[in-house]
Structures are given as structure tokens and as C-alpha cells.
Design a protein around this ligand. Structure first.
Ligand code: NCD
Length: 305
């Protein structure tokens, strides 16, 4: 594979390779030196055109741990403020010699667009409500390390599925690996058509006791036009993982959230008191998974330690 644009069309062999190599890179990250020379001489352009904390820092670190140079571009402080188009910006940065582009953008399809206009390897770091492939990969990696397998699991994803690129990428990934995906959320944020993609639409309260993995999604207020939920209080009451619902969650169930969390809205802070809440492990694992993605797209032929 030349790019990682989405999970839907990604090659299963590639996804498996990434998950296997991530294990090696996680070990590297636990060593005092934390660094490999693998991508020395390569340059990765970080185009984050939408706010990001975890994903941006994670990709930056992943590239640096592999000894690549990184160039960061943020639209607010660039010549796009002077009217330069996105494409011109890309061509100019590309002219400086770029091997990889990591792009986050509010428009679905932005990563595919970049891939059509550059010969560098393109990695989608989230395009609108479309996909966020490396998030799904780090989620899968976290589950695999904890539960020992990726197949035959029941994965429940709760909340704002409509706006969630994380939900979409996870759905495609878990289906590829032969696990069951359940979606739950308010009807305005979970259209019935989503059932045709291979997820079962369920009532959160009826399935809590039987899921292996529970992913809570952020209520994405910045993507909402009009009032899709009556109020934040109402949302919490019907769809939030409240203290009461947390009590009904089996201890063995992995509780995940891609971040950032609206504490007290979709998830109560008591979630942090249970041993199988793995939100920060997801973040830690994200660096190793992104190292693996960069490695397979940019260094293919070289050996890792
Ligand atoms: C997610 C994103 O930006 O898609 N966060 C992330 O990358 N860790 C989810 C979200 O914003 O709710």
C-alpha cells in the first residue's frame, strides 16, 4: 500500500503488518533511548488543518522516534491567510522534498485529494466525518494487547455516530477482523441507514452486560448544525456512561474513548476508577502504531531492530 487513506479499502494484510510491527515499536519506546534510525533522511509534512492534540503530537513523536524530519504546517499561520490555495500550498511544500504527508482536514475526502496531487505517501489523520484510520488501528492494537485477539468480539460504540470518523473506521476494521459491532445513540445522531453498513443498532441499556469492548464517542458539538440533541443534560441521562451505567458494566469490559472527553457529558469521571478503562493506554499505544504505519509506508525495504 502506498497510502493509508481509509480502513474501508485498506488491505487486510497491511493492517495486520502494522499491528504486528507496533508491538516491536512499543518495546523500542520503553527503552531509554526510544529512538531508531529507520527513517533518517526522510521528511514528513504534518498538515493539521483542524484542531488536534493527541493525533498531532502522536504523529510528530512517531516520526521523530524513527529519526525522520518533520515540517509542521498550520493554516492560521501560513500564506493561506494571504489567499494561497490549498493545492498551491501543497505543491510548494512538496517542492521542498517531502516523503510523507499526514493530513487532518474538516472535509471528507481531503486525504484522497492530497494523494491525487502528490507522489508522497499520504496518511489520513481524520477527514471530516469520514475516517480516522490510525485511531481505529490504535484501538485495535490496544484491544489485541488486552484481550489477546481481534476476532469473535462484541464491540459497542455509543454516542454521536453520525459525526464520528472514529466510529466509521472502527466499524470497517472490526468487520474485517470478524467481530460484531453494535451502535447505540440518539436517533438524530444514529440514522437507521447505518444498519446497512453491517452494524447492529441496539439499546445501550440492554447490552451493557455482554460487551467485550465499549467505545464512548465525544458529543461533537462543533459539527452540529441545528439542535440534534435536546440538551447536554438530556444526552447524559439517556446516552451518557453515567456512574449508574458504569456499575452495570462487567469488570472485564474494556472501556475506551478516542479523546478529547467531555467529562460528565458522555462519560462520568468514575470511569477512571475501574482497572479496564484504557483511555490513556490508547494514547500511549498510538505512538507505536503510527511508527508502524510510517515505517510500512516510508521504509518498507529496511529492517527494524
Ligand atoms: C477524534 C477525532 O478528532 O476524530 N479524536 C482523536 O483523534 N483522538 C475524536 C473526536 O474529536 O471526538
Amino acid at each position: 500500500m502506498k497510502h493509508l487513506l481509509d480502513i474501508e479499502t485498506a488491505d487486510e494484510g497491511f493492517l495486520n503488518q502494522v499491528l504486528e510491527s507496533a508491538e516491536v515499536f512499543l518495546k523500542v519506546l520503553q527503552q531509554p533511548s526510544k529512538k531508531l534510525p529507520t527513517l533518517r533522511g526522510k521528511t514528513v509534512l504534518m498538515m493539521f488543518m483542524e484542531p488536534s492534540t493527541r493525533t498531532q503530537a502522536s504523529f510528530e513523536l512517531a516520526a521523530k522516534r524513527l529519526s525522520a524530519d518533520t515540517v509542521s504546517f498550520s493554516p492560521g499561520r501560513s500564506s493561506m491567510r494571504k489567499g494561497e490555495t490549498f493545492l498551491d500550498t501543497l505543491y510548494n511544500l512538496h517542492a521542498m522534498g517531502i516523503d510523507g504527508v499526514v493530513i487532518r482536514h474538516s472535509s471528507p475526502g481531503a486525504a484522497h485529494f492530497v494523494a491525487e496531487h502528490t507522489d508522497a505517501a499520504v496518511i489520513n489523520a481524520g477527514d471530516g466525518a469520514h475516517e480516522h484510520p490510525t485511531q481505529a488501528l490504535l484501538d485495535a492494537f490496544t484491544v489485541k494487547r488486552k484481550l489477546g485477539r481481534l476476532e469473535g468480539l462484541t464491540v459497542l460504540i455509543v454516542g454521536d455516530v453520525l459525526h464520528s470518523r472514529v466510529a466509521r473506521s472502527n466499524l470497517f476494521l472490526w468487520r474485517k477482523f470478524g467481530s460484531r459491532v453494535l451502535f447505540s445513540g440518539p436517533p438524530t445522531l444514529l440514522p437507521k441507514e447505518f444498519a446497512t453498513w453491517g452494524a447492529e443498532l441496539v439499546d445501550l441499556n440492554e447490552v451493557l452486560h455482554e460487551v467485550d469492548v465499549l467505545m464512548i464517542l465525544r458529543l461533537q458539538r462543533e459539527r452540529m448544525e441545528g439542535s440534534l440533541v435536546p440538551s447536554v443534560r438530556e444526552y447524559r441521562r439517556f446516552w451518557g456512561l453515567t456512574r449508574d451505567r458504569l456499575k452495570r458494566l462487567p469488570e472485564r469490559t474494556l472501556l475506551m474513548h478516542p479523546g478529547p472527553v467531555n467529562w460528565g457529558v458522555e462519560l462520568d469521571p468514575e470511569a477512571n476508577d475501574r482497572p479496564n478503562t484504557v483511555i490513556l493506554e490508547q494514547v500511549r499505544n498510538g505512538v507505536a502504531v503510527r511508527m508502524a504505519v510510517l515505517y510500512h509506508l516510508l521504509a518498507k525495504t529496511e529492517e527494524i531492530g
